[in-house]
Design a protein around this ligand. Sequence first.
Ligand SMILES: NC(=O)c1ccc[n+]([C@@H]2O[C@H](COP(=O)([O-])OP(=O)(O)OC[C@H]3O[C@@H](n4cnc5c(N)ncnc54)[C@H](O)[C@@H]3O)[C@@H](O)[C@H]2O)c1
Length: 213
Amino acid sequence: MMIYKSISTQTLQRLPMYLNYLKSLPDNQILNISATTIAEALKFNDVQVRKDLAIISSGGRPKIGYITKNLIFDIEKFLGYDDADSAVIAGAGDLGRTLLSYDGFSKYGLDIIAAFDVREDIIGTTINGKKVLSSDKLKDLCGRMKVRIGIIAVPASEAQEICNSMVESGILAIWNFAPVNLNVPDSVLVQNEDMAFSLAKLSKSLSKKLCLN
Ligand SMILES: NC(=O)c1ccc[n+]([C@@H]2O[C@H](COP(=O)([O-])OP(=O)(O)OC[C@H]3O[C@@H](n4cnc5c(N)ncnc54)[C@H](O)[C@@H]3O)[C@@H](O)[C@H]2O)c1
């Protein structure tokens, strides 16, 4: 069994890119792949790629590289994509509906089984085959179905309360899109998602670039 060393956020962010690239290769045509080839394809530094891959896979061989399908397996295993986790979404508004409509999450081991909302006109509807249930049912359903991931797409004012219900139901990880800092016990993981932050970074980089020109 591979014992993983600790991993930086930057490495963690690069792993899905390696995975996407490897999965984009034609089936059964590229049996072995080197860190250098991956680095060239993604325009990354090859020393960096070699270091990243060495953390999550022991399959690299000098001059041969990695067996492609084994490397895909090792990255998926490290990222937990090999074992689908059930998830629910709180809030089936604009963002919640968009997330529910995206089928690609299953590739990342995320199986969204239902959504919860408070609006009578939305409750009982189905979005992309997923039922929207009343928010009152969240605790009971998540507890019974042993749901591990909760996605928060409710207004900021409602986010902490819905987060509390998720934690009480046994949810272990929260993907939070609401612009609030959630209070959770240490045992619960929270990943905050903020497009405004990414946009601010982009806009700052753009103004720096324009100043240099
Ligand atoms: N992270 C990002 O980059 C990003 C991008 C867009 C929106 N957001 C945030 O995501 C959240 C949702 O945005 P939206 O545009 O979909 O809003 P929206 O108003 O379209 O949808 C919110 C939904 O939550 C429901 N809701 C309200 N209280 C609830 C509760 N207690 N339980 C369950 N459902 C409840 C509402 O009925 C509504 O359907 C907001 O907090 C918004 O700020 C974040």
